[in-house]
Write a protein that binds this ligand. Structure first.
Ligand SMILES: Cc1cc2nc3c(=O)[nH]c(=O)nc-3n(C[C@H](O)[C@H](O)[C@H](O)COP(=O)(O)O)c2cc1C
Length: 330
C-alpha cells in the first residue's frame, strides 16, 4: 500500500485531505464523523468578528427596542456577547481536541487588527494545532493601493506571529493585482502556510423582485483550473506550505494539485454535493493511482508538474485561446 501521509505546517497528517472551514466543521460530532470518514485534518468554521458585532447590535436592539443605547449598555454588551461567542468557539476547540486525533486548525476573520491578536492568543490557549487567518480584502476602494493591502497584511501577520507559537496559515482570495508579489511578501512574513484560495460569497440579482440575492454558494470542478494554475506558479517560489482550495471535487483533482505542488488539499463543496464518503473515494483513488505509477510516498511526485519543474513553464501562464485550442470548440 502506498504511504499517503504528509506533513503540513509541521503537523503529521495521515493523508493530504483537509476538510475546509465551513458548516461541516462547526461541532464536535461533525468533526468526529469527518475523522471517521477518513479526513486528514479539519479547519474549523471561522470565528467572524463581524458576526459578533452584528449579534451585539441585534441583542442591544431587542433589549432596548430602540436605536439609541446608553454607553454603559454598549460596554456591557462588548464584554458579555463578545465573550459568549468567543467562549463557545474556544470550547469547540477544547472538546474537538479531546475527541479526535487528527489536527484541528482554528480559523478567524477579523475586521479590526487588534482583535486578531486577542482571538489568536485565546485560540492557542484552547489547544488548536494551528491558526488559519481568513483574510479577505475586496479591492474596491480606489483610495487603497496594492502597497496598503500588503502593509496591512504584513502587519496582521507580524502581530499574530509575535504573540502565538502555533503555526499560522494565511488564506487569501484571488483578488490581488499582483498575486505572486503578494504571496512572496506573505512568505517573507514567516507564515508556515498559505491557502490558495478562499471562495467569496457571490452576489446575484433576482430579476423578478428586482433585488440583490445570493449567487450559487458551492464551487464546481470547472473552478479547479484557476487554483491549479496558481498553485503550480507559487510552488517553488515560497518556503511555506501550500494548501490548495477551490474546485477540488474528486481524486483526479487531488492528484493534479499534488503534482502542481500543493502539500494538502482543502475540500468543502464536493462534500456538500456528494456526501462525506467522497473523502474515502478520493484517498482510494490517490492510493490506486500511486500504485499504478509506482510511487510509494507523496513526496516522490509532489510538485513534479509545478511551473518550475514541468519543463513547460509557459503552459501555466498561457491565457489566450490561440490556434492550439481552436479545434477543441467551434
Ligand atoms: C457553506 C460554506 C461555508 C464556508 N465558510 C467558511 C468560513 O467560515 N471560513 C472560511 O475561511 N471559508 C469558508 N468557506 C470557504 C471554504 O472553506 C473553501 O475555501 C471554499 O468553499 C472553496 O473550496 P471548495 O471548492 O472545496 O468548496 C465556506 C464555504 C462554504 C461553501
Amino acid at each position: 500500500m502506498p504511504d499517503l501521509s504528509t506533513s503540513y505546517l509541521g503537523l503529521q497528517l495521515k493523508n493530504p485531505i483537509i476538510v475546509g472551514s465551513s458548516g461541516l466543521t462547526d461541532s464536535v460530532e461533525k468533526i468526529k464523523n469527518l475523522e471517521d470518514m477518513g479526513a486528514g485534518a479539519v479547519v474549523l468554521k471561522s470565528l467572524f468578528e463581524e458576526e459578533i458585532i452584528i449579534e451585539m447590535e441585534e441583542t442591544i436592539y431587542t433589549m432596548t427596542n430602540r436605536h439609541f443605547v446608553f454607553p454603559e449598555t454598549m460596554d456591557y454588551m462588548e464584554t458579555v456577547v463578545k465573550d459568549d461567542i468567543l467562549l463557545d468557539y474556544l470550547q469547540l476547540i477544547t472538546d474537538a481536541k479531546k475527541t479526535v486525533e487528527i489536527p484541528v486548525i482554528a480559523s478567524i476573520n477579523c475586521v479590526s487588527s487588534q482583535k486578531w491578536t486577542y482571538f489568536a492568543k485565546e485560540i492557542e490557549k484552547a489547544g488548536a494545532d494551528a491558526l488559519e487567518l481568513n483574510l479577505f480584502f475586496l479591492p474596491s476602494d480606489n483610495q487603497r493601493g496594492e502597497k496598503d493591502i500588503m502593509e496591512e497584511t504584513f502587519e496582521i501577520i507580524s502581530k499574530v506571529k509575535g504573540i502565538i507559537r502555533i503555526p499560522v496559515v494565511l488564506k487569501i482570495s484571488t483578488f490581488q493585482s499582483n498575486l505572486i508579489r503578494y504571496v512572496e511578501h506573505i512568505d517573507q512574513s514567516g507564515v508556515e502556510g498559505i491557502v490558495l484560495f478562499n471562495r467569496s460569497w457571490l452576489p446575484d440579482i433576482d430579476i423578478n423582485n428586482l433585488v440583490i440575492s445570493s449567487g450559487f454558494v458551492l464551487s464546481s470542478p470547472s473552478d479547479l483550473g484557476n487554483t491549479l494554475r496558481w498553485v503550480s506558479i507559487v510552488s517553488g517560489r515560497v518556503n511555506c506550505d501550500i494548501a490548495a482550495s477551490t474546485g477540488i471535487h474528486d481524486g483526479a483533482g487531488l492528484i493534479k494539485q499534488l503534482l502542481a505542488g500543493a502539500h494538502v488539499c482543502q475540500i468543502v463543496s464536493t462534500l456538500y454535493i456528494n456526501d462525506l464518503s467522497q473523502i474515502r473515494k478520493m484517498t482510494d483513488e490517490l492510493s490506486k493511482w500511486m500504485e499504478v505509477h509506482e510511487f510509494e510516498s507523496i513526496n516522490e511526485f509532489r510538485g513534479r508538474l509545478s511551473q518550475s519543474n514541468s519543463g513547460n513553464p509557459a503552459a501555466w501562464e498561457r491565457v489566450q485561446f490561440m490556434k492550439n485550442f481552436r479545434n477543441l470548440i467551434q
